[in-house]
Design a protein around this ligand. Sequence first.
Ligand code: ADP
Ligand code: ZN
Length: 432
Amino acid sequence: MEYYHKNELLSRDALVALQEIRLRNTLERIRKTAFYRKALQDCMKPGLCSIEDVPLLPFTEKNDLRAQYPTGLLTMPLSQVERMHASSGTTGNPTAILYSRNDLNTWADLMARCMHMIGMRSHDIFQNMSGYGLFTGGLGIHYGAERLGCLTIPAGAGNSRRQIKMLRDFQVSSVHIIPSYALHLSSVFTEMGIDPRELCLRTALIGAEPHTEEIRQRIEKFYGIKAYNSYGLSEMNGPGVAFECQAQDGLHVWEDAYLPEIVDPTTGKPVPEGEIGELVLTSLCREAMPILRYRTRDLTRFLPGECACGRKHRRLDRILGRCDDMIILKGVNIYPMQVEKILMSIPEVGQNYVIELVREGFLESMRIKVEILEGCFVEDMRVLRGLQSRITHLLRDEILITPRVDLVQPGSLPKSEGKALRVVDLRTKTQG
Ligand code: ADP
Ligand code: ZN
């Protein structure tokens, strides 16, 4: 196997042994902060004998990071810190993440490793279409591509026509793009009368937001490329935590750098192997701001068995959504990705949709606004009604409640350049 870093080839035993060493170092290091000194004192087992003891260590939650803002979790003088990022604040106040020179170095290496794994090499020309600034998808991915030696274009988010012009003028071969933006950009390609399959594009890194296999397939087909799922979060550096290999069958978590666990989101106890739960991550190589057992709020599971690529780093299933995104309607639990999976499997459905939760009197209901493809949006009411009822039935079979489906014209729903907002809860606002 071709590899970027020798740790990609470690056996399970060697990986676990390395994790233990790095976890011990991390535990020693985080005691420099008053927050972790106290947390470790209060927990059942402040020391560590083996990886099996990890569930006895304390969790770190987003609120802890907010409370320790800005430098409470820092283990070195601020003068040695070289970068700050912040989470995008999709779910509340931002939190600051600090990096030492070594941290930036490790992170760039991890990112380069991901890109190498999907076949990118130094001759690739790479356009990063995610927002720069505090969002880690900008600089984080940028430095990974440079580390690999690629010509790296910091295109940033938005400005679609210019993006397309650069893709063409520089014969860009790989891109990083948020999936919802990739779908939006496809309509700009169509508008401009350019077929992306005639460009030099080969690979895309897609991630930063939950998306289904159906979305990936749409992207791959439209652009004529391979698209690989990229997962990360600022609390664990940013992108480069887990990444799909060329087998496209789950995301390898780089277990030499992160210690993953899956726990029950309500009890915090480990779930049986292979079951869905909340991903918990411990950083094993971070120096400035190590984080212990971080509750990501992201739902996934470990995939069973070994990957065809031969790497022993365990694989995560694609993220189902955040615990906070789970919709509870009439007592039924629904994940937005279940809705997306159905919608995107219907050929007439366009690029965008929004799920609205509403309350009328005591009745709660779900309203789904769905963009229909150009050309399918015909004047004939019967055709539209037929489509509407087909979508409604397919959704009902999947989510067990009957949503109201509104078909809308292509491009009429609000689009974001960053992460898409898929669920709008109007239940507290609408009074019956
Ligand atoms: P915020 O939590 O404010 O959005 P981040 O920019 O750190 O800040 O985003 C990290 C989060 O983005 C993850 O916890 C996860 O919910 C989501 N995310 C990132 N990559 C993926 C991916 N490949 N699939 C699904 N969700 C993802
Ligand atoms: Zn693999």
